[in-house]
Design a binder for this molecule. Sequence first.
Ligand code: NAD
Length: 493
Amino acid sequence: MKSPSRTLEVAGVEVSGDHWIGGRRVASAERFHDVSPIDESVLGTISRGTPAEADAAVQAAHDAFPTWAATPPAERARLLHRVADLVEERVEQLAIVETTDNGALLRSHLRGVMPRVAHNFRFFADYLVNDLHHPDFETRGHANHVSWDPSGPAVLITPWNAPLMLATWKVAPALAAGCTVVLKPAEWSPLTASLLADITAEAGLPAGVFNVVQGYGEDVGDALTGHPLVSRISFTGSVPTARLIARSAAANLTPCSFELGGKSPMIVFADSDLESAVAHAVEQYDNAGQVCLAGVRLLVEESIRDEFVERFVARAAGLRQGDPRDLTTDIGPNVSREHVERIDGFVQRAIADGARAVIGGGPNTDLGGLYYRPTLFVDAPAGSEILTQEVFGPVLTLQTFATEDEAVAMANGTEFGLAGVLFTGDPDRAERVGARLVAGTLWVNCFFVRDLRAPFGGSRHSGVGREGGTWSFDFYCDVKNTCTNQDRWTVDR
Ligand code: NAD
């Protein structure tokens, strides 16, 4: 016997806690608690998906695929713009729900994240219509034509650190490409995916084109990623989960795009604009350190080390930690008690290994258990865990280097290769050093500037493949070359 559908009320906004499959709400018999990291209050219960529900969602996406794929690009684009309109109308609701659910700053959701969610839809809608080039070329009287054919239902699996932003970065290009979608949001932050389902329905997307399965990866993961009807899997999350998905996808040789973890370096040469470098270094605490791209390893030229640390500590002291709904807060809580314990485990082991915390080093107990003090470690022994493993919390390390070779070796000295941040006043050095860094994205004298036309992804264990602009369409589509002998037509056009 299934329990009735349940709706949560979050900061005055009604959110369904159930799946969205084939254009209707579906409730699971079992439910799990959704907890707010702000104060660990229970917001309500969410359907805990089962393999049967995952299968139903894929089937719904499969059934809806032929019609959606055959829908003219201009019409798909129109519907995606309508989704963007509705997101823009509801920025405030989406922002407060996301903040309550995952603890990230309301200020960021209002000013940056939710507008960017709308932009994700507009960008890929426009790219489909205006920029997806179909190169035509001739070979000995034969015409070649390249087309991007939608591949089928795509399974999209996302983490909790930027739920709706990361989800729509996949949903928008998949739908624009003509794929149908099954979205599996993280169990820590299920709510905005559910609101997005309402928005897609209101925008007029046909039933089954967009589906949401809630629940735990361990329950529904294999059913989604090993499903023979699934044509693509795009996953953002951790390396261990990517390994499980790759194994499951291998059964059907389903192509996967993986956006995974990082331990990115931020290199600061003595010839940099130091004030700007320090400001960007402190920015690495954004989202309470839960940013995959963050340059968490500060690699600073020896000669400026003391001045850098002094300025960094002074600036970090100005960060306000507290309730993420307060628009003056700079650092909110981490996502869950479990995650804070994980962060603290890294910090305590780093101290045991001989690293010294210049600032921070534990939870901010004045604010309750989930607020972790921004921490900066120096003197961590080479090769130690804190210098090589992803913490995903407000924990940075600082090391020094004497030469460019040393900086490059340190920067490239982990299993990751997601991003790099490089500060120098010398353009030749930027080119020389930048060319040697292993990273999917390299920022020079800046941080976090993102253009959706750019390729995005990681090298080494930070990912497989690239998305963004053409790369997204390449991934979600079966790219086809049609070669035609044009001398054999028997019927005039
Ligand atoms: P996670 O791997 O634990 O979970 C991510 C998603 O995978 C969740 O929806 C989860 O339910 C699901 N999942 C878990 N087991 C599964 C399975 N067996 N099959 C299918 N799905 C399964 O990651 P997380 O802790 O939620 O997120 C943090 C990680 O994500 C960090 O490593 C971070 O660096 C990474 N991340 C990367 C990017 C990027 O763009 N490269 C962006 C944000 C976060």
